[in-house]
Write a protein of this length. Sequence first.
Length: 537
Amino acid sequence: MKKLFLFLFLIASFAGFSQEDAWVYFKDKPNSATYLSSPLTMLTQRALDRRTNQGIALDNVDVPIYQPYIDQVIASNGITVKAKSKWLNCVHVRGSQADINALKLVSSVLRVDYADRSLNSTKRTTAKLKSKLVNKVLETAVNYNYGSSANQIQMLNGHLLHQLNYTGNGKIIAVLDAGFPGVNTALPYKRLRDNNQILGGYDYVNKSAIFYSGSNHGTNVLSSMGGYVDGQLIGTAPDAQYYLFITEDSASENPVEESNWVEAAEEADRLGVDIISTSLGYFAYDNPNYSHTYADMIGNLAFASQGANIAFNKGIIVVASAGNEGLATEKHIGIPAEANNVIAVGAVKPDRTYATFSSIGPSYDLRVKPDVMAQGQTVVLSDPNGNIVTANGTSFACPITAGMVACLWQAFPSKTNIQIKQLITQSADRFSAPTNQFGYGIPDFNLALSNGLSVEELLNDELAIYPNPTNDFVSFNLPKNIDTKNIYIYSLTGQKVIEENTTTQLPIISLKTLNSGIYFYKIESNGYLKTGKIIKQ
């Protein structure tokens, strides 16, 4: 009987895999000019404002796919369209290999990429990048009774931002996950509901507007940011607003989930979202022919990683869980955490030591990953029934961090996502010596706030140096019109203690080896000369 069951299972598995998944890319967008001349037909005003604030121009990537092209594919024999991406100008299809190959003959089709790359004759594509600036506001103190959830925010010094009334207000976070049952009924989410902080959502797996459904994973995740039960659980961004998107099918692992992820990220962009928090990761699939390898982790190869990078290029900060494979044979971070511009978050225990399940870096092309760490073991959360529980996983280290990103960005509404991301990584406790387990380490959001408040907008030939006073690192924001710069640090007695030659505009110098006291800097380059004082605390 057992042999018969196994035989039937193998037949079913083979039949299940006889259908292939692929991405069908189109040659162009014939309606680009029409959309670009009327931006509000493709993006909300908030999305346009976010781009204007960050100096990001509209381009062809923003334009929707030409609908007649999609209709051609839908009408093709044996083809089912599972998802679509305007950013990558393609649709995700499922069908037999013969029927998918027939799409290559359609005049609008540029190419077809199979999820099983052994079926491809060519390789995949890549994406791009952008940048921009500052502001500061301080308000009245807010003191929350965090209860047992105190450690997970205090580890990041997030409570100090809350005391300055930086609680995520004015920022929108899109949560891309597997489901959100109970968020519409349970007590820990009542404050979100009463204040209309849940702005909407969608189930991309079932193509349904019903999103208070599915796995409770997203419910748990949301509670670490937006949950509120006085004395028991306070999320890291209790005053942020949220969109809830289901992109993960918890019943299976298939590349279509990457396509769902990108489609949801595009909708987040359209709606003007500031931050994407995603506690999902992709590496192995049910069909092993679709699975990724470590060699794929080069920052912009996988479909979801390409989408995450484009989201960043559009001014969004993407925060992703590093993964829970630290004890597995393949321990490395997955997709989209491995993407070039994503903040990948690993997990530590409550005592700040490494949580052994947390996936490690580096990326295959040797970039630092994870980017930062947060509490991911014994994390205090809410379940769909409103019970306050604890759980483990980088799934929770990610949203804890994403909520703090919202609070920091609230303090600097005119800063770009590039600047905010930089402030966060530079505040981390291992920034000078990153490791494969910790990346840059545990960020200090109060230090990031202090560093950001120390930065003055660079006008003409002005020089900004921050933080000053400093405990360790000092950043020199140098004028753009000088090339190679020589930076010298001198003691009070005139002894040269540090010398740095650089071509970057934002060199960072460690003063860790120096004793506390007053030092002098000198910057010179082709007739440019600036001097001043630095205080090492």
